[in-house]
Write a protein that binds this ligand. Structure first.
Ligand SMILES: [Cu+2]
Length: 684
């Protein structure tokens, strides 16, 4: 069609209308986030929207979540960042997707749970800080639950392509179709990257000293950092107006993932995840909701040192590697839960079960000279069975008070099915635990919520902490310690108190929270005195911390956001700081967003961490500040985003990005240097 000058007013009107309608949409998005965070979330809850994920150059959810107050992460390479919540990590926190318990296979956490799902599957991530989730076992430090996208009515589709520094590519496409009776969704994502460089211009694979046996071989230094394909599908059926059944399956294949943090790299991670739910709502005035869920997931993981100098052929090294771990884990579980109108309040109750198996076989050239590369039951095909029951009652006392309280009981069995030098096949442990909490939310005036909570949370030791066995060739030494589990470990019990206050209006909220935690039998990694051995022990620990965050909508389409997090942790048994605790950190950002275009500048800050565990040779990490810029525009169904992170190419380290053991590499992994990214998204 040829344009004619007479069409111009029409075109201008059309464009204007389109821009205005877009403006209303997107402006609402920013205000919606403020509304959700201000009104709908309790002061000890927080969330990350998919908008915030999409606008960042984060390569996985672990990295994306670092923008949430109270969350930090362990950076082990270009991807597979591990989430840390209020200084607690690993099994101290629960990381789920749609309530599905997902565990990694790698004993060195190359594949933490959040690594096993793609952004493009996710709608929103909710974080509950502290032991206030009674509907799942464990997670004494809190829960991070990602919710997957649900198909809408009619056809829907979105395509996203992101390209950035070091050839990092992140693409995804989803298509969905839905009617009132049924719906379906299909998605695919592909991620690739070369090895990132830090602020000093060196690749993350170049951080080893020139004589280190763990340094990368020259042809691996600039090889790809990872390549990941993920595909998923979801089917939903609504048999009646008030019932729904859903089945979802995801397969992820991660290939050639480099971990400069460790002495080995991953050859592959292959993950299956299957989830089925059936839910009926409003069955009767008494029976409000009934939900049944069953799930299964499995990860196969292979890592070795083929890209490192340690694998060079020699008298001892007769295979393509000198060390390898072949690991797998499988989880299956089910849950039945119901919401009932009971007296003046509501009762949520349920029963759940899961089984997790974990098996890791380690092979080393030098473990015994007589029997090279012999299979070693590093994690001896060990299973954990957990059966739990919970009830939680919520009642409004007048207009100003909401009281919520509940209790949960768990029975747990842990058993090793293979023999290693630490345990024999059949070695088992039983645990029984009670968790409970009482939460009071007081709303003295509209917009002000004061939250207080006391809670008891628990978690049992995992297979690694109980049964792990990594003997050394010959006699253990300082450079080659014997690393093993402790089959006598007790469950950790956390007694925690929380106070929080939030004030919100339609255009503004400010949220503060403060917690104190007394951890009985905290499972601490330690150096056994006088022996060249490292293991796990129960210690008495305490933690306290605070978070502050705020989001404000100002005039002239300006938005301000800021957050600050602090946690201090102490091993009371030895009167020393606990290891791997993030320093005081925060961020401030200013954003112009008129609904069509946005521009944002963010400053990220972390203080020096000088509270270190000298028993594990932890050292002080200096503070740092970095600047990120991003901007974008959307027109109709297309969104463009361009950003630059670490604008001044600062060389800096996160306190957590250093492995102590196992397979301690002895080097700190620096954060990424200046990096540019460009994203285009199309959705309808
Ligand atoms: Cu691994």
């Amino acid at each position: 069609m040829r344009m004619n000058i007479k069409d111009l007013p029409l075109l201008v009107t059309f464009l204007g209308a389109a821009l205005l309608s877009q403006r209303a949409d997107a402006e609402n998005q920013m205000l919606d986030e403020i509304t959700v965070r201000g009104h709908k979330e309790s002061p000890h809850e927080t969330s990350l929207s998919i908008r915030e994920v999409r606008e960042s150059p984060a390569r996985d959810m672990g990295e994306a979540l670092k923008q949430v107050d109270g969350i930090s992460y362990v950076h082990k390479g270009a991807i597979a960042n591990d989430v840390v919540l209020r200084g607690l990590q690993k099994d101290n926190i629960n990381v789920f997707v749609d309530g599905v318990r997902l565990h990694g296979a790698c004993p060195s956490r190359m594949d933490p749970p959040s690594f096993h799902y793609d952004f493009a599957e996710i709608e929103q991530v909710t974080v509950i800080k502290g032991p206030y989730d009674l509907s799942n076992p464990g997670g004494l430090g809190g829960v991070i639950d990602a919710r997957t996208k649900k198909p809408g009515i009619g056809f829907g589709s979105d395509v996203s392509l992101s390209y950035g520094s070091w050839n990092s590519l992140n693409t995804s496409a989803t298509a969905s179709y839905g009617t009132d009776a049924y719906d379906g969704l299909l998605g695919y994502a592909y991620k690739y990257s070369d090895v990132p460089k830090s602020g000093d211009g060196r690749r993350l694979t170049e951080i080893y000293p020139a004589a280190s046996p763990n340094r990368y071989k020259s042809d691996a230094i600039d090889s790809k950092a990872y390549e990941i394909n993920t595909g998923w599908g979801k089917l939903g059926v609504n048999p009646t107006l008030n019932s729904r059944s859903e089945i979802g399956y995801t397969y992820q294949d991660a290939d050639h993932v480099l971990y400069p943090y460790l002495k080995m790299d991953a050859d592959y991670d292959k993950t299956h995840r299957l989830n089925w739910t059936y839910q009926i709502q409003k069955i009767s005035p008494l029976f409000k909701d009934l939900k049944l869920q069953a799930y299964w997931d499995k990860v196969n993981h292979l890592m070795d040192d083929r890209y490192r100098f340690t694998s060079n052929p020699s008298l001892n090294v007769t295979r393509y590697y000198s060390m390898q771990t072949d690991a797998s884990t499988q989880v299956y579980g089910a849950k039945l839960s119901a919401v009932l109108a009971a007296g003046p309040g509501t009762l949520k109750t349920g029963i759940d079960y899961y089984n997790r198996n974990w098996n890791a076989v380690n092979r080393r050239a030098m473990y015994t000279m007589a029997n090279r590369y012999t299979d070693l039951a590093m994690i001896p095909d060990a299973s954990i069975d957990n059966l739990g029951i919970f009830g939680e009652y919520k009642i409004s006392l007048g207009k100003q008070l909401v009281l919520k309280g509940g209790v949960r009981g768990d029975l747990t069995w842990a058993e090793a099915n293979k023999t290693n030098t630490l345990v024999t096949a059949g070695t088992s442990r039983d645990f029984s635990n009670v968790s409970a909490n009482l939460q009071l939310t007081y709303t003295p005036v509209k917009g002000l919520d004061i939250f207080t909570g006391i809670a008891r949370g628990t978690r049992t030791p995992d297979q690694q902490e109980l049964f792990l066995d990594v003997p050394t060739p010959g006699t253990p030494s300082v450079t080659s310690p014997y690393w093993h589990g402790n089959k006598d470990l007790k469950s950790t019990v956390n007694h925690q108190a929380d106070v929080g206050a939030k004030y919100s209006t339609d255009r503004f909220y400010v949220n503060t929270s403060l917690f104190y935690s007394d951890l009985q039998d905290y499972i601490n990694f330690y150096q056994i005195p006088t022996l060249s051995e490292k293991s796990y022990q129960n210690v008495h620990a305490t933690m306290w911390g605070a978070e502050l965050n705020s989001q404000v909508s100002l005039d002239y389409d300006l938005y301000l956001k800021g957050s600050l997090s602090y946690v201090e942790a102490r091993n009371e048994s030895t009167a020393t700081p606990l290891s791997e605790i993030p320093p005081l950190n925060g961020s401030v950002s200013v954003r112009y967003d008129n609904g069509t275009v946005f521009l944002e500048a963010m400053e990220n800050l972390a203080r020096e961490q000088d509270r270190v565990d000298s028993g594990l040779n932890e050292t002080v990490t200096p503070g740092w500040a970095t600047t990120d810029l991003k901007g974008g525009a959307n027109y109709r169904d297309v969104t463009l985003i361009i950003g630059i992170n670490n604008l001044f190419d600062k060389q800096y380290y996160s306190h957590l990005s250093y492995a102590r053991d196992p397979f301690q590499s002895g080097v700190k992994v620096p954060e990424n240097g200046r990096n540019v990214y460009f994203t285009v998204e199309y959705a309808f």
